[in-house]
Design a binder for this molecule. Structure first.
Ligand SMILES: Cc1cc2nc3c(=O)[nH]c(=O)nc-3n(C[C@H](O)[C@H](O)[C@H](O)COP(=O)(O)OP(=O)(O)OC[C@H]3O[C@@H](n4cnc5c(N)ncnc54)[C@H](O)[C@@H]3O)c2cc1C
Length: 405
């Protein structure tokens, strides 16, 4: 292989380029992205950036000068328009093209757009990119008093926590019967809902929004039934849509993402997909294809695809990992709780510390840690090893998990 081209200069794309170099790949690497910045990490966008603890592109994946130093050609502000798979070329929107031997699609996802009357009014925000976060930060500081968040997923809840910390009145409207229901089991999701309520956030579940109202800017959100909730700012946190268009029009198999095996191989031999855009076969989900939108998944798949491309056996031995920070809480999720059939609660030593341990039979398959990051390593090991465990030991707060892991 003499030239690897990576489309999408976000976290997964940048990490793949760097991993290839770390693994001594000595052909050419081109990393091409449409954003005008060097690759940056998105987790701070809904947290530190909104409360003013960080700038929107402060969290660079790697120092900008490091790409050329590593012999990686980084092209920013260059959208890719199409793939010519027969001619093995990437076609750029500006008319240029780049030949490749192997291609990695790391095009990520975009925020799902709110498709409602009034959704285009000034004051309606989403959070995916640095400009999104900077724009929302400016709006939050611009005299706004009332924020309505549509969608009680992680991004929505993080935005709610940030805005509440800045003193806004915050209401979360969630269509389902519970916030975070898509990603966390009810018992764990409820802990976070309770946290928000204790901070004065109002949560309305079962809320079906049918319009954003206002004349020249947002004035409120109307629910089915006619009730209008006043708002100066609306944040839509209604999920994401994977950027699969390039792959799809090139005939690569797609579902809710570009379909891949566990290490990024797509239906076309020379083309790989990683990060938020990939829907992959995970060893952790009993064959169910997953699209995981997490920092850890972007890092992990970048390493795996680099292994494949340099001819090393790829191996993925750790369960997926995700974290969220809301107010002064840190919540981490290891493994896939959707695979569990029972819950054990492991109390922590201090206030607000607790671990939810999700079992499949007598094996640990996932854990949600509330302010207990220190237990991540031993719990990751216990999940990875999948040995039979005694729940009484796991839930004994005096038991140091490192002794059984
Ligand atoms: C607000 C927010 C908060 C988050 N918080 C957390 C968190 O707390 N914990 C956690 O684990 N994860 C979090 N995540 C998830 C994590 O940031 C993502 O999973 C990660 O960014 C995925 O990396 P990626 O490279 O696959 O996609 P991205 O980072 O989206 O990068 C994809 C890049 O490809 C570019 N691109 C797309 N199409 C083209 C094209 N045609 N031509 C050129 N370039 C293109 C995009 O513009 C983008 O720059 C958060 C995400 C967001 C948005």
């Amino acid at each position: 292989v003499s030239h690897i081209v990576i489309i999408g200069a976000g976290q997964a794309g940048a990490r793949a380029a760097l991993a290839l170099r770390e693994q001594q790949f000595n052909g050419a690497i081109t990393l091409v992205g449409d954003e005008p910045y060097p690759p940056y990490e998105r987790p701070p966008l809904s947290k530190d950036v909104l409360v003013g603890r960080a700038g929107a592109t402060d969290a660079l994946v790697h120092p900008e000068s490091g790409y050329s130093a590593a012999g990686i050609r980084l092209l920013t502000g260059r959208p890719v328009r199409a793939l010519d798979t027969a001619g093995r070329r990437v076609l750029l929107a500006d008319g240029g093209n780049i030949a490749y031997d192997k291609l990695i699609l790391a095009t990520g996802a975009r925020a799902r757009a709110l498709e409602l009357p009034g959704a285009q009014l000034p004051g309606v925000h989403c959070i995916r990119s640095a400009p999104d976060a900077a724009g929302l930060r400016a709006a939050l500081l611009g005299g706004a008093r009332k924020l309505v968040v549509i969608g009680g997923g992680f991004v929505g809840l993080e935005a709610a926590a940030s805005a509440r910390s800045l003193g806004l009145e915050v209401t979360i409207l969630e269509q389902a019967s519970i916030c975070l229901g898509r990603v966390l089991p009810a018992a764990s999701a409820q802990v976070l809902a309770d946290l928000h309520c204790s901070k004065g956030v109002r949560i309305q579940c079962g809320a079906v929004v049918d319009a954003v109202v206002g004349e020249h800017a947002v004035a409120g959100v109307r629910s089915r039934g006619g009730e209008v909730l006043e708002a100066d700012i609306v944040v839509a946190g209604i999920g994401s849509v994977p950027n699969i268009e390039l792959a799809k029009s090139a005939g690569i198999a797609c579902g809710d993402g570009v379909l891949t095996d566990f290490c990024g191989r797509t239906s076309q031999p020379d083309i790989f997909a990683i990060g938020d855009v990939a829907q992959f076969q995970s060893a952790w989900s009993h064959g169910r294809a997953l699209r995981l939108e997490s920092w850890d998944n972007a890092e992990r798949q970048a390493r795996l695809v680099a292994d494949v491309l340099i001819g090393r056996e790829p191996s993925d031995t750790e369960p997926p990992w995700f974290w969220t920070d809301q107010y002064d809480w840190n919540v981490q999720m290891i493994g896939l709780p959707s695979e569990a059939d029972s819950l054990e609660v492991r109390p922590g030593g201090a206030a607000h510390q607790v671990s939810h341990l999700y079992m499949r039979g007598n094996r640990l398959c996932a854990a949600v840690l509330f302010n207990r990051g220190r237990e991540r390593r031993p719990l990751t090991r216990l999940i990875a090893e999948a040995l039979p465990l005694n729940p009484a030991q796991l839930t004994d707060p005096a038991m140091d998990l490192r002794r059984i892991a």
